[in-house]
Design a protein around this ligand. Sequence first.
Ligand code: SF4
Ligand code: SF4
Length: 160
Amino acid sequence: MKNAAIILWALIKGSLITARHFFTNLWFHFLRLIGIKKYRPGAVTIQYPEQTKPLPSRYRAAHRLTKRPDGKPRCVACLLCATVCPSECIIVEATEDPDPEVQKHASRFEIDLARCCFCGFCVEACPEDAIRMDTGRIDLAARSRADLVWDIDQLSRGRS
Ligand code: SF4
Ligand code: SF4
């Protein structure tokens, strides 16, 4: 009997809290509608994933490898990004490039996004502007950890 009373009280308390939020938001929507309190909007639910909130322009989302005007990757496999990465989640393997101006390019470039902490150090360290985090991709759900290891092709496309 005592347990039933506790459950009933918890239900009433929860309902009162929900009702309070509902009517407070309704009030602020109403005030906004009639031109008062224009800068204090009521809560608005974003219908994710159909709707998404716009990201700030400097938001650090999933990585991409940039390309030169001729379509070749800008990366010269200097390993600075892999060296600076605190999560040790970047693997770069270098190979000689036929272009003597470039000398090296990455034959393998992988980022394990499951380990990445999105600090942006790799972008800061890159001397070639070869890696950016401007894809706007924040939906990185995957069925396995292996799916979150993006290779050079996926990074060049900026998506998996
Ligand atoms: S954002 Fe930070 S943790 Fe992620 S790959 Fe770049 S340096 Fe490593
Ligand atoms: S992405 Fe930039 S820092 Fe990383 S290996 Fe390539 S050129 Fe060097």
